[in-house]
Design a protein around this ligand. Sequence first.
Ligand SMILES: [Fe+2]
Length: 210
Amino acid sequence: MMKSIFFGVVAIAVAIMSLSQDTAHAQEQTGTVEGDYKWDNIEDPCVTALHNQINEEFNAAITYLTMGAYFRQEKINLLGFSDFFFKAAAEEREHGIKLMEYALMRGKGPVDKNNFNLDYSFKVPADTDGEAGLRMALQKEEKVTKSIRGVIKVCEGGSNDYHLADYLTGEYLEEQHKGQRELAEKIATLHKMKKESPHLGEYLFDRTHI
Ligand SMILES: [Fe+2]
């Protein structure tokens, strides 16, 4: 089972790596249009911040894939937690793709091919239980929210790019705040359910609340 989970994670990692190669290749196809003209003025610091955020979103996807696989191991067998983290990974991947589409819509490459480095170093510490997993996810989301705020600051500040700032504020921060609230609620409920009997409380939460 451990082997199949390991190979499953490796297969997903390879799929994401091939995505990064495809996007880098796609970026190379973006040449100068004949008759060279300028139609957008999105400034470099804002583009760099956007590309960094795309990296962050895919890195968050890898973190949640790892967590989803961890909770699915037969000795842990918390399928509710596993599904929750696999779903979170799919959402992060979707966020990354939406930002790539945004960059392309503004006439920029989908990624910065020189700095698109995915981070596979995350490991779930041994004996992590469901509550610790949710707390790790909340920490990760706080970090992502901070990072989005950083992009907004760069883009609405010196770069005066109100459109991207508005997109991130209206769509991304909205989802971040709702997601963080949901995680905080789950942690509180699980914590209470574990009071009398930690394992039974976690099992019931896994089957009914997540
Ligand atoms: Fe995200």
